[in-house]
Ligand binder design. Sequence first.
Ligand code: FES
Length: 106
Amino acid sequence: MVKVIYTDAVGSIEEVDGRVGDSIMETAVRNGVPGIVGECGGSLSCATCHVFVSSETEPLLSDMSDLEDEMLDGTAVDRRPESRLSCQIKLVDGCEYRVTTPETQL
Ligand code: FES
């Protein structure tokens, strides 16, 4: 079992049961969670899946690739130290993920 807790820019919270191996972007799109667009379908070419990762979630994540790092320089809302692209975060069984979406992705 995997849980993803999305908080939007005004503090509304949506809690979703995810599927192991799916990304946080795919989980949001499949469940109609607003705030994540995922325009390129996860191929690291749009940066419309930008999220801010909570400090509890950060240790669960694998290192960022150079390409993800580059793409984060082109997000609609400026990146922060806790920024990641949610299409690159794959869900692992037994984990709970908390992310906040920016005010806009476009
Ligand atoms: S969905 Fe396009 S970069 Fe993540």
